[in-house]
Design a protein. Structure first.
Length: 256
């Protein structure tokens, strides 16, 4: 059942259906085609063949319907992308541990959960960001992130800026990992072999006279010494949270 009308949302009909504000387009007998079926078919294509395989015509073919019938539910491919991304990220997991957890624990959990979703559904990273989040699951993630900062003393602008900053780290790191994995799959080279080849090339092309800083890096164990597979992400997130902790702490200090 559709929710009570909320006025002009400014959303296309497909997103109003995703929010439960519309049941289905048009009148007459209930059709076998639904928005959920369309989105599910598009997600299956993206997961199996990549985003390049997703088109209105291909989705219609997978569903055994005409392309024009899809446009009664989704008026443009960009709308379908938004709905696909919303389905892909799903609802955020419930915060673990109950009451008494710190903002840092909650925000770190939020970031790692987002990263896990993107790494499990890398096709989402191939969808261009064309608008601020307006779909149900995307806004649920935003709510969780903002709620983690509720008792920090930050103002609302600082809270949303924090969410955007950490979300950018998550997306960038996941995209880099997905790009590197795609490249290795295409080349048929394992990660260990690829890294060994890269280090050999660096050593051949650099030296202490021309690239002293790179040489020091190569002489260290920076590339091979950490057993933590998520070290780079953990390091970046930790430094953002350290800076945020200093800002939050400064708000509680007496003014000189």
């Amino acid at each position: 059942m559709a929710k009570e009308p909320v006025g002009d949302t400014g959303l296309p009909a497909s997103l109003e259906m995703a929010w439960g504000l519309r049941e289905r387009p048009g009148k007459g007998p209930r059709p076998t085609l639904t928005l959920t079926r369309i989105v599910d078919a598009a997600v299956a294509l993206a997961a199996g063949e990549g985003m390049d395989a997703v088109s209105m015509g291909r989705v219609a073919k997978e569903l055994g319907v005409s392309t024009m019938s899809l446009y009664r539910y989704v008026t443009a491919k960009e709308e379908l992308y938004i709905l696909m991304a919303d389905a892909g990220v799903g609802a955020p997991p419930e915060a673990a541990g109950g009451e008494g957890r710190t903002w840092r624990e909650l925000l770190s959990e939020w970031a790692y959960a987002q990263r896990a979703v993107l790494m499990a559904n890398t096709w989402i990273l191939r969808i261009p960001l064309t608008a601020a989040p307006v779909s149900p699951n995307q806004l649920a993630w935003m709510e969780r992130g903002l709620a983690a900062l509720a008792d920090t003393g930050l103002d609302e602008g600082e809270k949303i800026s924090t969410i955007i900053l950490i979300g950018g780290l998550v997306r960038n790191e996941a995209t880099m990992a997905a790009d590197m994995m795609d490249a290795m799959v295409k080349s048929g080279v394992s990660p260990d072999v690829a890294m060994s080849q890269y280090l050999r090339t660096l050593r051949l092309m650099t030296g202490p006279d021309t690239h002293p800083a790179v040489t020091r890096l190569l002489d260290s164990d920076a590339f091979t010494g950490s057993d933590e597979p998520d070290f780079q992400f953990a390091f970046g997130l930790g430094r953002i949270l350290d800076g945020l902790a200093e800002l939050i702490s400064s708000r509680s200090r007496p003014t000189p």
